[in-house]
Structure formats: C-alpha cells, structure tokens
Design a protein around this ligand. Structure first.
Ligand code: CP
Ligand code: NVA
Length: 321
C-alpha cells in the first residue's frame, strides 16, 4: 500500500495494472483493502475532498447493454478522481459491425489508460483483457458483476459494522450478481445460503471455488432449493431480478419457476429481526420482492446504489493510479 500524503490515503498497490474480471482473481487481503479504501474515499467525498488520483487518465466505458448505475457511477467516479470518462456504446463501435474484440482492445490500448466493459459474454471480456495492454474492469457479464459485489459488502459493513460471521441469504436466480456476491462473501468470512429453484442454481464450478475460499476464511456457502431454509436466521437478505438482460424471451417461464421465491412479509419472518434487505437494482416490485420490503425500513437499496460510486473509485484508484 502506498501512502498518499496529501490526504493520508492508501491505494492497494498490489492490484496496480491488474484486470478486474472476477474477485476469484484477487486475494482476500486485496478485497479487504479495497473495501477499506472505498470507506476512506467515501468519507473524503462527503467532505468534498476528491483526491485527483486519475489526473490525466482516460477510461473508456463500453456498453453492450442498458445501464443506469454502472454508467453514471463510473462516469462520476472517474470525474471525481480527476480523470476523463469516455462512454461508448458497442453498436457505435466497429465491434458492432464485426471487428474482433481483440483488435479493439489493442487499438484502445494506444489511446487510453483503462477500459470498463459491460458485455453479454464473459468470454468476450476475457478476450478483450488478454489482448489489451491496459487494465480491463468488468461492468457486468453473463457470469459476473464484481463492482456490484464490492458495493454490496461495503453497504453491509457500513450498517452492521462488521462482516465475518454474518449470515447472508440470497434468494432467486443463480446469476451474475449471485456469483460475484458469493465470491465476495467468501473472501470476507460471511456465511451464505443461496436458495434457487431447481434448474436455476449458481454455476457449480463457481460454487466449488467459493466454498473452498469461504472455508479458508472460516465461513461456508450452502446451496438449497428451499427459501425458508436460506432466510432462517439471516442478517442480510439479497435478491435480484428473475429475468436478466438478454433473457427476455424466458420471462413467462421464469415468472412461473420463481413464484415461491419472492421476498415478502411471510418469508422475512424467518430472518433476524434486524435483517437488512439488499437488491442490486433495477427491481421489479411485486415480482422478486414485495413493495413493502424494498420500500420498507430494512431496505438499504439506495445506500447500496450510492456505494457503487465509492467502491468503484477504490477499484479505479488502485488499478489505474
Ligand atoms: N446494478 C446495476 O448494475 O445497475 P445498472 O444496470 O443500472 O448499471
Ligand atoms: N442480473 C441482472 C443484473 C442487472 C444489474 C442482469 O444481468 O440483468
């Protein structure tokens, strides 16, 4: 960690120039240090102190899919750090007409200092990272959403004051958000119980890796098809949409498959009385979550959305400064 005297701030030196495609490529210590940096950057920002750690740097933001939080929090975060953010929709780039992603990565490496990408295919993002000589940050793929997960654990830590030993229940689709969340929790010693309908479980290879990581940090990751079992005694309840971007043609089948997995007043009775409710947003009220829960006193979804900004500033400052 390097000391930046002017604000007494330490960036995570060991991740300098590293890609962030999944937290599986990071150590538990690095995740903890990034979390600490995010907390410090947030405190500074609340006092209108914006250390110019990205001064003179340009970061490209490539999107193949819609976004509110990711696009805006990255643009604002890069601006606050004194850098320049350049938004690019994939359909406007030549990749939209078939130029290989590897050529795009090589070309952009000659112009800018880092790339954040939101893409359909994780494999495509791996190809981009392989070809580019500048760091690539995953802003969501079909497999992972690592920036979201850092904001999630930052939010839990802020409210609960600690992480190791908490129980988090994830109820819903075993998707990109779930994958990154279980890995982040495994790094931080949070016990996780994931309840999904049959056929919508999280990827078994990712589950195995997360379970090994959790064991090394004194916690466990359990997978079940029973939402009540998952939520029982939970400190944190998390859900995401049942139909992710790109799966729209499956909407009707998914509404049917997930109907017993809604986070509602009956289900949350099984959690601790001071449970927190998290959702990465966007949410569908009365589908995956009852309106009374997401808009109720246990919900921290808007703090969580704000924390995308602070978590990503820690990532950007450490990888790119
Ligand atoms: N949670 C999240 O990534 O939101 P956006 O799709 O709005 O970026
Ligand atoms: N699982 C959702 C997350 C959106 C932020 C999706 O991929 O659409």
């Amino acid at each position: 960690m390097k000391l930046l005297e002017f604000v007494n701030l330490e960036v995570v030196e060991s991740v300098k120039n590293k890609d962030l495609l999944t937290w599986l490529d990071y150590t538990s210590m690095e995740v903890k240090q990034l979390l600490e940096l995010a907390t410090n950057l947030k405190k500074l920002a609340k006092n209108n102190v914006h250390p110019p750690l990205l001064a003179g740097k340009t970061v490209g933001l490539i999107f193949e899919k819609h976004s509110t939080r990711t696009r805006i929090s990255f643009e604002v975060g890069i601006n606050q750090l004194g850098g320049h953010a350049m938004y690019m929709h994939a359909r406007d780039l030549q990749i939209g007409r078939g130029e290989p992603i590897s050529d795009t990565g090589k070309v952009l490496s000659g112009y800018m200092d880092g790339i954040m990408i939101r893409a359909h295919s994780h494999k495509m993002v791996e190809e981009l990272a392989e070809a580019a000589s500048i760091p690539v940050i995953n802003g969501l793929t079909d497999l992972f959403h690592p920036c979201q997960a850092l904001a999630d654990v930052l939010t839990i830590h802020e409210v609960k004051g600690y992480l190791a030993g908490l129980k988090l229940a994830y109820v819903g689709d075993g998707n990109n958000v779930a994958h990154s969340l279980v890995i982040a929790c495994a790094h931080l010693g949070i016990d996780v119980s994931i309840a999904t309908p049959k056929g919508f479980e999280i990827d078994s290879t990712i589950l195995n890796k997360a379970q090994k990581l959790a064991a090394s940090n004194g916690s466990s990751i359990l997978a079940t098809n029973n939402p009540i079992e998952s939520v029982s005694g939970a400190d944190v309840i998390y859900t995401d949409v049942w139909t992710s971007m790109g799966q729209e043609e499956e909407t009707a089948a998914r509404l049917d498959a997930f109907k017993e997995y809604q986070i509602n007043e009956d289900l949350v009775k099984h959690a601790k009385t001071d449970y927190l409710f998290l959702h990465c947003l966007p949410a569908h009220r009365e589908e995956e979550v009852a309106t009374s829960i997401i808009d109720g006193p246990h919900s921290v979804v808007f703090e969580q959305a704000e924390n995308r900004l602070h978590a990503q500033k820690a990532i950007l400052a450490s990888i790119l400064s």
